[in-house]
Design a protein around this ligand. Structure first.
Ligand SMILES: N[C@@H](CCC(=O)N[C@@H](CS)C(=O)NCC(=O)O)C(=O)O
Length: 297
């Protein structure tokens, strides 16, 4: 039997499925669909998912869509090596509870913010008050996940689970959007992440360090690295003084994984200052490789 996965770059729902496949160490054929060409609405795709959405997973003759359903299927079908829904009924209950809470109280607001900056249709602007309200809800839901991660490495229990996989891609896309200069007003209470949500920030690095993670990273994000995730306090002061042409940035790139993704000669390099402010996030190899300058410098 062979597994086919149909997905879109930057789709947080698709990203969940890719992460699960990597965690399960499953071989799969990768079908990256172009949203811009409406490939997800082709007759073939509509025959797999009449809603014309991704992700869709086909395992032999069996087809499943809706990302959470795909995770559940994969876990039942391929329980080893990493169970996604816990090892005990109690753990499964908590994992599902956290996922349900995320979907019931946070997801809609995350997607509203993301859509407002990434997919705003001409003539259809989202009201600023609605965005501010969504940001408020997201910030408070993030606080409860932060509390969980303050005492554990993973959102539920002592190993990665479907709860991490469901939440992680949405947080990543949210951070990418909040890093945009036009989102500055909205992001000011949320960013820098490592200052406001240190446990979430460490958790992101933990997920990024998982084997296979790089294969799941949205390909078009590599071509267009995010804008700055946030300035360190010292960098803010330096900027206020106007004393430096180039400002070291915290969170861009946030981890050694991100550095290797961008590669040498990419838009970002690492300054010693950024390195010291992110002590622990960078390997000495990347420390040796240079300076981190703002893209606009
Ligand atoms: N609830 C679905 C959401 C899937 C979804 O909305 N996918 C988006 C990409 S992020 C999509 O395919 N959009 C295409 C469209 O609506 O035309 C899931 O969890 O899989």
């Amino acid at each position: 039997m062979s597994i086919d996965v149909y997905w879109g770059s930057g789709s947080p729902f698709s990203w969940r499925v890719l992460l699960a496949l990597e965690l399960k160490q499953l071989a799969y054929a990768n079908h990256l669909l172009q949203f811009s060409k409406q490939e997800h609405k082709s007759p073939q795709m509509l025959s797999l998912n009449f809603r014309g959405r991704v992700p869709v997973l086909k395992d032999g003759d069996y087809v499943v869509f809706e990302s959470l359903a795909v995770l559940f299927y994969l876990d039942r079908k391929y329980p080893a090596p990493t169970p996604l829904f816990g090892r005990t009924p109690e753990e499964a209950g908590v994992i599902m509870r956290v996922i349900c809470e995320y979907q019931a109280y946070a997801e809609e607001h995350v997607m509203r913010i993301v859509s407002a900056f990434l997919m705003a249709a001409p003539g259809r602007s989202v009201k600023q008050e609605d965005l501010a309200e969504s940001m408020h809800v997201v910030a408070s839901e993030a606080r409860s996940i932060e509390a969980r991660l303050a005492t554990a490495d993973w959102v539920v229990g002592d190993s990665i689970s479907a709860a991490d996989i469901v939440i992680f891609p949405s947080l990543q896309i949210l951070l990418r959007v909040l890093a945009k200069p036009e989102a500055r007003d909205l992001s000011s209470r949320f960013l820098p992440l490592d200052v406001n949500y240190p446990a979430l920030s460490r958790w992101i690095a933990r997920v990024e360090a998982l084997p296979g993670y790089e294969k799941t990273y949205p390909p078009h994000w590599r071509e267009a690295p995010p804008a700055c995730i946030g300035l360190t306090r010292r960098a803010q002061k330096l900027r206020a003084r106007g004393g430096r042409r180039c400002i070291p940035l915290i969170g861009c790139p946030p981890t050694a994984a991100a550095v290797s993704r961008l590669g040498t000669g990419a838009s970002w390099q690492i300054t010693p200052y950024t390195l010291s402010s992110l002590a622990g996030s960078f390997s000495s190899a990347s420390a040796a490789s240079g300076r981190a300058l703002c893209r606009s410098c």
